[in-house]
Design a protein around this ligand. Structure first.
Ligand SMILES: O=C(O)C(=O)C[C@]1(C(=O)O)C=C[C@@H](O)C=C1
Length: 503
């Protein structure tokens, strides 16, 4: 069995997150450098855009295979594949002059992305702890990368420096990270929480099947709802609502800020053990509502608020939350599940531009309006998941509540021990014995009085008898330690005296 120290866990998490910072950069680096690359390759922008589609092909080609390979050869292997293929992409792209080679490199970027996903998501699950929250945080690092790159591109442009430096930055981070990854230990492959195995196998077959179908379809809709919005919102705001260019672009920024805020809030909620299925239902319902508002208002402030709320709920990590539920459903095939889920997402990346492009010939409003349909399907899917996993998650959720409460109880008990230490000091000075039977009786009476549940009073008193017995043992230990310290002090004192001038 692989033992993971806290330091190793932290180092592993940092290197996994760093990859996603680079991936966030990779997601937009071609579109951000469209003009420069077009000049360099001597092709129109449309051809650069065609190269971008290679990323989608790479993802689609690789997810299933890598998912399988991840379960078979381990997560670390996939992370290496991801880092190395991304490295080839970042180093090669600004240097190749041939459009076919560029297309090949874009396919490599897609392959790198699927290798990282197939290795990373299962690893976070296998590391244990707050795995849901950790997976949601991946999204935060992607957003950070997407935030940094445009600033860097603008800086390079303003100084007339080589556009390729932004690619080199990403490559440098990857090289450093490669060094980090070689040093960390990964958790045991397909290691699962016993609870997950029990709950997954307890689920009736048809319910599990239904949840599987719904989560796969959600893999499509959760990606589609975001892509569709980001693709059409700016045009919709200028052409249909008549907003200025600044406001229209600002909507996309608000969406991104909403997304980052959402990731942080959802991360905190998940750490507090909020039910994942409920979170999914609420977030999907609210994002649908935000879309409906956006399509039916002409008031700038309302559109702006809706864009922020949409980013918060649709792009705040819901994709990762649903994947987590999916992973828990098949604890022994995490790589394959990740691959399947993201394959559906890649199909969305491909099909959304096609069907919305066709709809946009009618009107931009109908292109963006189709996002409502996607939102409705997504909501229905998470409702099905909520229903199908109800039983499973009620056990999981109850245990998660217990985990949370235990943490609070231990913290309070630690404070109680602090108070006991103070009591013990006072007692020693007054030469009082540790045991105070009448005080203990009073404590037990108070405990029974505070317990709101009639039935649990005797159990609560039982717990407190143990607490006070431990408290006495602790105090005896304290007294012994003090006596030992005093004795050695006296011994030293006596020694000093015998050697000192006074002697
Ligand atoms: O109150 C005291 O005198 C304590 O030492 C504390 C405490 C307790 O843990 O509550 C422990 C031992 C005594 O027998 C009574 C109570």
């Amino acid at each position: 069995m692989t033992i993971m120290t806290t330091t190793n866990k932290k180092a592993l998490a940092i290197s996994l997150y760093l990859n996603y910072l680079v991936h966030g950069i990779g997601l937009i680096i071609l579109t951000q450098n469209m003009q420069a690359l077009g000049h360099f390759w001597n092709v129109p922008i449309a051809t650069v855009s065609y190269v971008v589609s290679g990323i989608g092909i790479g993802r689609l080609l690789a997810y299933f295979t890598f998912g399988y390979l991840s379960d078979r050869f381990g997560r670390k292997f996939l992370i290496y594949v991801g880092i190395l293929t991304y490295l080839v992409f970042f180093l090669g792209m600004p240097l190749v002059t041939n459009i076919t080679a560029a297309y090949g490199l874009a396919i490599l970027a897609g392959i790198a992305n699927s290798a990282l996903d197939s290795g990373t998501y299962p690893t976070f699950m296998e590391m244990g702890g707050k795995e849901s929250a950790s997976n949601v945080f991946i999204k935060a690092f992607m957003s950070l990368g997407e935030f940094i790159l445009p600033l860097l591109v603008t800086l390079l442009e303003a100084r007339s420096w080589w556009y390729g430096w932004s690619f080199m930055l990403a490559a440098t981070i990857l090289v450093i990270n490669l060094g980090l990854v070689t040093r960390v230990t990964f958790p045991e492959r397909n290691r699962t929480d016993q609870q997950d195995v029990v709950t997954a196998t307890q689920l009736p077959k048809n319910q599990r099947w239904l949840a599987t179908v719904a989560l796969s379809i959600y893999g499509y809709t959760t990606m589609a709802i975001m892509i569709l919005f980001t693709q059409w919102i700016t045009l919709f705001a200028t052409n249909e609502l008549g907003y200025s260019g600044i406001v229209a672009h600002g909507l996309l920024s608000l969406y991104s800020i909403g997304s980052i805020t959402g990731v942080i809030v959802i991360f905190i909620l998940l750490r507090r053990q909020v039910s994942e299925t409920r979170l999914l239902v609420v977030a999907n319902a609210v994002s649908l509502l935000a879309l409906v508002v956006m399509l039916n208002t002409h008031q700038e402030w309302l559109t702006a608020a809706a864009a922020f709320i949409f980013g918060f709920t649709a792009a705040g990590g819901m994709m990762q939350v649903a994947l987590n539920l999916f992973l828990r459903l098949y604890p022994a095939h995490k790589g394959l599940v990740t691959g399947t889920y993201f394959t559906f997402g890649s199909i969305a990346t491909f099909t959304v531009p096609i069907f919305t492009g066709w709809l946009s010939k009618q009107s931009i409003a109908s292109a963006l309006g189709s996002d409502i349909l996607v939102g409705i399907i997504g909501l229905v899917m998470v409702l099905i998941v909520w229903w199908a996993l109800g039983k499973q998650t009620s056990l999981t959720a109850a245990r998660q509540r217990i985990n949370h409460l235990d943490r609070l109880i231990v913290r309070l008990l630690a404070k109680r021990f602090d108070a006991v230490t103070a009591v013990n000091e006072a007692k020693q000075e007054a030469h009082l014995p540790v045991l105070d039977a009448s005080r203990e009786e009073r404590v037990l009476e108070r405990v029974a009085h505070f317990d709101p549940n009639q039935r649990t009073k005797p159990y609560m008193q039982e717990i407190y008898k143990t607490v006070m017995s431990a408290s006495r043992d602790y105090q005896h230990d304290l007294s012994n330690a003090r006596t030992d310290a005093d004795l050695s002090q006296d011994g030293r004192g006596a020694l000093q005296t015998s050697n000192g001038k006074d002697a």
